[in-house]
Design a protein. Structure first.
Length: 162
């Protein structure tokens, strides 16, 4: 349980009114990624945000997401950037290499640009796991990434600066 007796607690709200978001989507496995994008925009709007304050960049695949997330994060146009993609394991280690690069790069970009960058990547062993995480029994990773982005954008605006 979170201790709420401490005097100064920094915790972001999940109110999205007035916030601006940049979303990077990998087109590979677009069938699923479109569901993640729908889930993200829906979560933003249901938390008081405006779809007009959301901008989306499509890139070929997950590997290209960090480059674009970096540009969006550096632009100063957004309160948070979301990365949405679906990597499905095949018969070779290909997916694992992509996943570790993307996860590491997104964390690095977030810290370099001092901006929340959230991770809405589905890393699935098979199509069934991708379905489960794109709006069925395991939720929607795009909506999760949007909620995290809203909370982190609000936290970022109240955290002490150097
Ligand atoms: N990109 C994905 O987003 N998901 C995948 O599952 C995937 N697989 O499995 O190959 C994938 N590959 C493409 C990669 O992200 C790059 O777009 C490509 O290698 C060009 O740089």
């Amino acid at each position: 349980m979170i201790n709420r007796t401490v005097k100064n607690i920094f915790e972001g709200t999940i109110e999205a009114k007035g916030l601006k978001f940049g979303i990077v989507c990998g087109r590979f496995n677009e069938f699923f990624v479109s569901k993640l994008l729908d889930g993200a925009v829906d979560a933003i709007v249901r938390h008081g945000g405006n779809a007009d304050n959301v901008e989306v960049a499509w890139v070929p695949g997950a590997y290209e997401i960090p480059f674009t997330a970096k540009r969006m994060a550096a632009s100063g146009r957004y309160d948070a950037v979301l990365a949405l993609g679906v990597v499905i394991q095949g018969g070779t280690p290909h997916a694992g290499y992509i996943n570790s690069e993307v996860a590491k790069s997104l964390a690095q970009i977030s810290m370099e640009e001092n901006l929340p960058v959230t991770y809405g990547m589905v890393t699935a062993n098979n199509i069934e796991q991708a379905i489960e995480r794109s709006g069925t029994k395991a939720g929607n990773k795009g909506a999760d990434a949007a909620l995290a982005a809203i909370e982190m954008a609000n936290l970022s605006s109240i955290l002490p600066n150097k």
